[in-house]
Unconditional design. Sequence first.
Length: 153
Amino acid sequence: MLVIAAYTVSGGGAIAIAGASLAGSAAVVLAVALLFRVPGILPWAIALAGAGYVVGRAHATLVDGFAPVVGAALLLAAELASWSIDDDRRIHEDRALVLRQLGTTLGLVAGAAVVGFVLVGAASVSAASGLALTAVGVVAAVSAVAVVLRLLR
């Protein structure tokens, strides 16, 4: 979360500072979720970090090539935080199960980054066709990937 805040503020300007403040507050919300083991707060932390990134990029005229990295980092942060909240030291977990869960998570994060890079590439190619049409296409593609991932669970 703090890395996203630092990346957002590197854009400079008042809007970038506002975005970094949102991402920084996401780190505080994440810390509260982890400290008090409240899984219901976790999505809000991820949403705040994502909103901070989006606000920081509000006046950017170019497609950000690091957007897939930010998205993959948010996914990884959410998964690791969820693991931390769900961890109970009284329960012994099988090592093979933990390794399989780790491999699945890393595969999902890598897959999300690849899909993100493809979408950013498609958005940068079609940027001349208009922002609204590009946004609709990106939302449709992300929704399709979300449906497929939901069906796999």
